[in-house]
Design a protein around this ligand. Sequence first.
Ligand code: SF4
Length: 361
Amino acid sequence: MRSMNSKNFRNPALIKKIVNNIHQLADKPVNIMEVCGTHTMAIAQYGIRELLPPSIKLISGPGCPVCVTPAEIIDEIIEISLKTDTIIASFGDMIRVPGSRTTLEKMRSEGSDVRIIYSPLELLGLARDNPGKNIVFAGIGFETTSPLAAAVVTRAKKENIKNLFIVPAFKTVPPALRLIADNRSLRLNAFLLPGHVSVIIGSYPYEFLSKEFGLTGVISGFEPVDILYSIYLILKQIKTNRPKIEIQYSRTIKPEGNTKAQKLLDEVFEKSASEWRAIGNIPGSGLIFRKDYNAFSSRSKFNIKINKPKEPKNCLCGKILMGLKTPEECPLFGKQCTPQKAIGPCMVSSEGTCAAYYKYI
Ligand code: SF4
């Protein structure tokens, strides 16, 4: 199974076999949180909940970076976008997320220079090609994005590029998991841990989950067979009462992660407390520039003060991101709030739980 051929990722016979094994092991209620937005989407898209026995509950967590970015960060980027000598570079999802008043998409339609990029590596070209402009990247994402930003910044420093800035809003996943693991009202038994983030950080940073909280964790791939087999591994661990962190996605992930990327991250950024939208401040969950690289922080260039805005009325995004509510419990879901007219970030992002429920459930 661990060296699974790609032909088997969606093999109906294999899926049936794993589902049967899951049903055989499911003799008591088990609550599993999937942390990653891509898992949330895959679970909804492939109808994985429907294949499971009713005693196994999959709960969606805070793994959508766009969803957990505070509205004041979006307001800050919007404020910068008003400057005529500035180009805002952002991932596509982010430009549609509402701040307190408007979105970057609307700012673009009103004349601001807002460009969608697919990788931070595009920033160097933008900075070189536009020497008269300040390039400001909306630095939003988890450990999958921040090492690329760190690589760009070290390169920019070597090339003496002076017109590239990053809004430092990157987040790290393990501290958020600590907050969730500590919330006993969720009655969590296990985490389905994120595949992409773990490529960088490996499995060691999750070990506190089993050692301190007695929780099971399996780092999973994204295909239906990956997710189902990871659930099977979780149930097997629970059965033997030996919680640990396991890697199902071993074709991509090593326990130590990508040490080169970790070194780069550590060279450019240091950890700090960070605000998660509608959740609150989580110690050690953010990244700020180290002194040697602080000239690349947008905050060293632009002095913008933003007050913390209120969240949209009746939007339950914060509780959904913490696994305390489902989208169907939000009074606005599918009525006032749809992907076409999203009120909260969980409906805007392509990895948001509300968007996943709206599209597939
Ligand atoms: S459906 Fe819309 S308003 Fe309700 S929680 Fe989701 S994003 Fe917020």
